[in-house]
Design a protein around this ligand. Structure first.
Ligand code: GTP
Ligand code: MG
Length: 431
């Protein structure tokens, strides 16, 4: 699908941002939100040439902002040679259409922009399918507006020449057909992924997922911990597709760590829906590592946004290890960190890029994983080598002693394997 923000074949798109300060809104300041929108636009490859905002009690049904304000922004945009206006909130199809008439240029909302970045980032087949599905679903009710573009631009979805309502109907049908086809294909991919997950779970290792706000340093942390080479860069949504690596802790515990897509405030619901398969990893995890860029001025709000998305995907209330990252960037603002560590007593402060605090992180990870393993002492006759082999395969053997009548082990096993080893268990140990 054609990217909404075009960077190829023409000069960098010039964009103007619009934010609304609603009386009902609290927490995030409109200015902060606009700054983030500006980062998103830059990430998408656009050049931000200005922004404006309006304070209002409630958004206007027809043009979101007031008509007068819209006219004022529109004349600025004409003078500044703006190609695209981006609203910080989701616009209804009608609002988009009306605003395009006022501005006489392309009008996008935050959702379309995020979708556009995802489209540029998707690498795997699953990622591409998921994002196309989300884009089409967002596009379908707005097709009238896009139709206008399509007829001007040529190329792009459903654009095969022809004018008028008939063409629009054809476009709509095409989009619907494509949505149905992608959904079927995704079903297949999903089944494959669940088979892969089952294969991994045969190892009975604990599963931990790295979650957090976009750009918090999740991929950097996975790389530091496991030597993976996931792309980590100072751009929003650098990671879309999950990567899983095994981490062996100094305590001899094995854990499978998954790095996945970052979250952002006002993450479009359709996108969360579309990424359900990817986010399954998070839902299935025994433990979450919630990475926070503690040097970011809105760190606290970002934590809230992440928790909101976790709730939306059904992963709330999971055991969570808070990881306060980028402490090297605090510039003496240690009191900020102290406040977070007070609020989250089991949290760990690290610098993923400098390797600082990593050993405390591993120790804390080990101790948080422990309760999800049963710690037992076991005695196995030497000739039962299959049992001994199995024990090493599924358990975390902490101590072994082959002297005497039978071999003795202190080992952590997944509780559901208790029955299998029951005949050999000598005693339950304290964690
Ligand atoms: N100063 C500093 N920078 C860091 C640290 N950890 C990560 N970064 C930088 O922060 C940026 C984002 O890091 P990533 O690891 O890509 O972040 P992410 O959470 O995976 O981001 P997305 O995949 O985009 O959601 C990169 O430029 C990293 O080099 C750190 O401890 N200190
Ligand atoms: Mg990443």
């Amino acid at each position: 699908m054609k990217a909404l923000i075009e960077t190829r074949n023409r000069r960098t798109e010039r964009v103007f941002l619009v934010g609304v300060e609603l009386k009902s809104r609290n927490g995030w300041d409109t200015q902060d939100s606009l700054e983030e929108l500006s980062e998103l636009a830059t990430t998408a490859g656009a050049e931000v040439v200005g922004d404006g905002m309006q304070k209002m009690a409630a958004p206007c049904a027809t043009t979101f902002i007031g008509k007068g304000k819209a006219d004022e922004f529109a004349s600025y945009c004409r003078r500044a040679d703006v190609d695209t206006v981006i609203f910080d909130d989701e616009l209804s199809p009608a609002q988009s259409r009306n605003l395009e008439k006022v501005f006489n240029c392309k009008v996008l909302d935050r959702t379309s922009l995020i979708l556009d970045i995802f489209a540029q980032r998707a690498r795997t087949r699953e990622g591409k399918l998921q994002i196309e599905l989300a884009q089409l679903q967002h596009l379908l009710p707005r097709l009238t507006r896009f139709w206008g573009h399509l007829s001007r631009q040529k190329g792009g979805i459903g654009m095969r020449g022809g004018e008028g309502e008939t063409q629009l109907e054809t476009d709509r049908r095409r989009v619907q057909d494509r949505i149905a086809r992608i959904s079927r294909e995704l079903e297949v991919v999903r089944r494959q992924r669940s088979t892969q997950r089952q294969a991994r779970q045969r190892n009975h290792w604990a599963l931990a997922s790295i979650v957090g706000y976009t750009n918090a340093g999740k991929s950097t942390l996975l790389n530091t911990l496991t030597g993976a080479d996931v792309l980590a860069e100072n751009k929003l949504f650098a990671t879309l597709d999950p990567t899983t690596r095994r981490l062996r802790l100094p305590s001899n515990q094995n854990v499978l760590l998954t790095d996945t897509v970052g979250f952002i405030r006002k993450l479009p619901h359709g996108l969360v829906e579309a990424f359900k398969a990817t986010l399954e990893e998070v839902v299935q995890a025994d433990l979450l590592l919630h990475v926070v860029d503690v040097s970011h001025p809105q760190a606290a709000e970002q934590i809230e946004s992440v928790n909101t998305v976790l709730k939306e995907i059904g992963a709330e209330g999971k055991p969570t290890l808070m990881v306060f990252n980028k402490i090297d960037q605090l510039n003496g603002n240690q009191s900020l960190l102290s406040r977070f560590l007070e609020a989250y007593p089991h949290g760990v402060a690290i610098s993923a890029s400098q390797g600082e605090g990593i050993s405390s992180l591993m120790a804390e990870l080990g101790s948080q994983l422990r309760p999800i393993r049963e710690f037992i002492e076991i005695s196995v006759p030497h000739q039962a080598s299959d049992v001994i082999a199995r024990l090493h395969e599924v358990g975390q053997v902490v101590e072994r002693n082959y002297e005497g009548q039978s071999a003795r082990f202190k080992v952590r096993i997944p509780p559901h394997l208790h029955e299998e080893f029951a005949p050999f268990i000598v005693r339950r140990m304290n964690q």
